[in-house]
Design a protein. Structure first.
Length: 459
């Protein structure tokens, strides 16, 4: 009824998956939720919140009253939207379980646990690049357990042998959480020397407060209407705030409104040079986890002060993310991923190759791959501006450069600190335009990791 890969997870299997895992008070992601068997189990056993993804529109209707469906296609879910989760419990499509589990690992925040089912052959027979990557991941960060044909007696049975994979993402030394916010109401007279124009901040806060009050008023009116008509009128007609036919509670509305407001602050104040992938993850986690901190003028100023004050640490993180990504793809890597001689394992070469960057249209025109690695390169551009003292406002976003200029694969282009060519297989070959900038990048990586560089780079 719901597709050839719809196999609801039996209760006994879910119990095996969650054995030894504390669910009470945790935020859990279910990447392929189906009809919600795992979701219901998690909520019955104390999970504070369950987020889910589900491709099938009919199944999403079933899930609507059970949990918050954050994305249809799990493979399009990004890390900045789930940076507050504690746990991932999954029964993904077995035909692509390796790709789903690798994506779980990519978007999971530090300290997150992952438990996923898969066809046992996915683990036993690592013949493809993605299966080899998964085998390496299991070896380094977890374990796999064979459960046999545990779906034989399920609501929709199958005799496929199943494995369970458990992974633990290492916890970060730096939690990335924000501190020092104010719990009391605004004191406007203290805002004369603020970082941002007073009127802009006041207007934003007033709009936020007014919107929440209207939400409350809507609910109060609904309760009052029910009291008036309850004795003689019963109907499915109701006045509610919904998202994809799921009722939205007040706290959900406030959190969603705050996320959009923070994004608006950064755009309005031209703070995009600070807005790295890591910052977006931190802000999402902050908004999701804080319960008592009000969205006030003083707290907006405080947030911007913290963001600017921690720029150095955030740019180090952006530099390291590129370093980790590219050194993984050197020619003799142990990760089971495609590698190239241009990519080194201990420093970033002047020339390097970034996989999964672009797509080529029928006319030969390039476009950035959806959810590809271009965000990492954008963040690298911001970090290089920071360490070289370059004004980021003079730089063009990679997205705008590629799409507005109608670039074609195989041709050489100059953008920011690099020259590059895109190729049909989706890779982009980059080269630093300046040896000094290349050296500065590696000097900073050596500082972060605490090792010595070759003599020609130390200078």
């Amino acid at each position: 009824m719901f597709g050839i890969e719809f196999f609801p997870t039996p209760e006994g299997v879910i119990e095996q998956m969650t054995t030894g895992i504390a669910l009470d008070g945790r935020v859990v992601l279910e990447p392929s939720a189906g009809a919600g068997n795992i979701v219901s189990f998690l909520k019955r056993n104390g999970a504070r919140e369950v987020l889910a993804c589900e491709l099938d529109p009919d199944l999403r209707q079933i899930l609507a009253g059970k949990c918050n469906v954050v994305e249809n296609d799990f493979l399009e879910l990004t890390s900045d939207r789930v940076s507050h989760i504690d746990l991932i419990i999954a029964n993904p499509p077995f035909s692509s379980a390796d790709k789903h589990i690798l994506h779980m690992w990519d978007i999971a925040p530090a300290g997150c646990e992952i438990v996923s089912l898969c066809n046992a052959e996915t683990v036993r027979n690592p013949y493809s690049a993605s299966r080899k990557q998964l085998a390496t991941l299991i070896n380094q960060h977890g374990a796999s357990f064979e459960l046999g044909d545990c779906f034989r007696s399920a609501a929709r049975d199958t005799n496929i042998n199943v494995s369970m994979i458990r992974l633990s993402k290492p916890a970060s030394e730096d939690s990335g959480e924000f501190e020092g916010f104010f719990l009391e109401d605004d004191q406007p007279e203290q805002q004369a020397n603020a970082l941002m124009p007073y009127n802009f901040v006041r207007d934003l806060v007033n709009r936020y407060v007014a919107a929440v009050k209207l939400f409350d008023k809507q609910l109060d009116l609904a309760v009052e209407m029910n009291k008036l008509t309850g004795p003689f009128y019963s109907s499915k007609i109701a006045f509610t705030c919904t998202q994809e036919k799921r009722p939205v509670v007040r706290n959900d509305y406030k959190k969603d409104l705050q996320k959009e407001a923070w994004s608006y602050v950064f755009k309005k104040m031209n703070l995009q040079k600070y807005s790295t992938k890591g910052l977006r993850e931190d802000i999402n986690k902050f908004v999701e986890q804080q319960q008592e901190i009000p969205f006030t003028m003083r707290n907006i100023y405080r947030m911007v002060e913290i963001v600017i004050g921690t720029t150095g640490q955030r740019m180090d993180k952006a530099l390291m993310e590129v370093f980790d990504k590219l050194t993984k793809h050197y020619s003799e890597n142990r990760y089971g991923v495609e590698g190239w001689k241009t990519n080194s394992q201990y420093l970033l070469n002047e020339k390097f190759i970034m996989p999964w960057m672009v797509e080529i249209g029928w006319s030969g025109q390039m476009s950035l791959a959806y959810r590809g690695n271009y965000e990492i390169i954008e963040d690298l551009q911001k970090a290089l501006c920071y360490i070289t003292g370059t004004n980021y406002d003079t730089c063009t976003r990679l997205w705008d450069f590629i799409h507005n200029e109608k670039l074609r694969f195989g041709e050489l282009y100059q953008w920011g600190f690099f020259e590059f060519r895109g190729y049909k297989k989706g890779t982009v070959h980059f080269k630093f335009r300046s040896r000094d900038v290349w050296a500065a990048y590696n000097q900073n990586i050596a500082r972060i990791l605490g090792y010595n560089l070759p003599e020609n780079l130390r200078k």
